[in-house]
Design a protein around this ligand. Structure first.
Ligand SMILES: [Zn+2]
Ligand SMILES: [Zn+2]
Length: 302
């Protein structure tokens, strides 16, 4: 094992194909430097970076698990809660998967443009092209915020104020996506593409009234695992847990996974620069990954 906080396997990484700041190539090369053996680039609603990562992984001797992180609108709840589903070992060339992801991405683009237009209607300077130039994929609300803060100095005391007034759920410029998957649809899509559906960061859905019941229902549809190790301790909205709270949340979902016979995964949710999270942080040991592969009946490559 390398450092205290790093592991050999990191199954949750974002690249420039969604909202990360490193390209798939840079991530594989960084993984090599850090001594990781297995990584998964799990970009939001896209598999665009997978082929590049797999190819460079082969070159560098790092196993790259084809993956995606799907955003899901949680229907049964009255409050809008966005869930994330990880799909591992997927056939990233699967046509139906790619068609659906294209629809989701299109809806995300439209949603972002509507949010930017709403800000413009309120007299704020925020050019659409400037927001979209910040990423290779679809920008997120933090990218909109970055441009608003830069172009409208003095208008908001902080980014948090901007979010509260405009961009958070219920804010003046917040709009929902016109097309998104339900949890059941997302699970079925991953399974159909030959993949393994795993619920991402189950400890992050405080607004879901009965998370255990939701996970139980999801398992009946085909959910195979829970992301246990996760950087809940890092400073982000709703997280930033202290060590004791982190331990409690990890133990809770680990026990649930054991009880239900779900596999346990781990990953950093590394986004590159600016989030105080290291590649490999809160990942898995290689032995745990091998065990997971065995549980899933998958063979090691090569
Ligand atoms: Zn997520
Ligand atoms: Zn993520």
């Amino acid at each position: 094992m390398k450092g205290r906080s790093s592991s050999e396997v990191d199954l949750h990484i974002h690249s420039t194909c969604s909202d990360g700041s490193f390209t798939p190539r840079e991530i594989v090369e960084l993984a090599k430097v850090k001594g990781l053996k297995v990584i998964a680039i799990a970009d939001h609603d896209t598999v665009e970076g997978v082929a590049e990562a797999v190819a460079i992984g082969e070159e560098q001797g790092i196993e790259v698990v084809p993956a995606v992180e799907l955003s899901i609108k949680n229907e049964p709840e009255k409050d809008f809660v966005e869930l994330h589903l990880l799909g591992y070992f997927i056939d990233y060339q699967d046509e139906e998967l790619n068609d659906t992801l294209n629809r989701v991405v299109q809806a995300r683009i439209e949603q972002k443009i509507r949010q930017i237009k709403a800000l413009q209607d309120d007299g704020l300077d925020v050019p659409v092209e400037e927001v979209f130039s910040l990423v290779r994929g679809v920008p997120g609300r933090p990218h909109i915020a970055e441009v608003v803060m830069r172009r409208n100095p003095g208008r908001f005391a902080s980014k948090e104020d901007l979010f509260a007034e405009y961009l958070s759920v219920g804010g003046k410029a917040y709009t929902q996506r016109r097309f998104s998957l339900t949890l059941a649809e997302a699970i079925q899509m991953v399974v159909k593409a030959g993949g393994v559906p795993v619920l991402a960061h189950p400890g992050a859905y405080d607004k879901v009234k009965d998370i255990e019941a939701m996970i139980y229902r999801a398992q009946e549809i085909g959910l195979r695992g829970l992301e246990i190790a996760y950087t809940y301790n890092k400073n982000r909205p709703y997280y930033g847990l202290n060590p004791a709270a982190l331990h409690t949340i990890l133990a809770r979902f680990e026990a649930l996974a054991d009880k239900l016979g779900l596999v346990k995964t781990g990953g950093s949710d590394f986004h590159g620069e600016g989030k105080d999270i290291e590649l490999g942080e809160m990942g898995m040991s290689y032995a745990a990954f091998q065990e997971l592969r065995l549980c899933l009946g998958l063979e090691a490559p090569g």
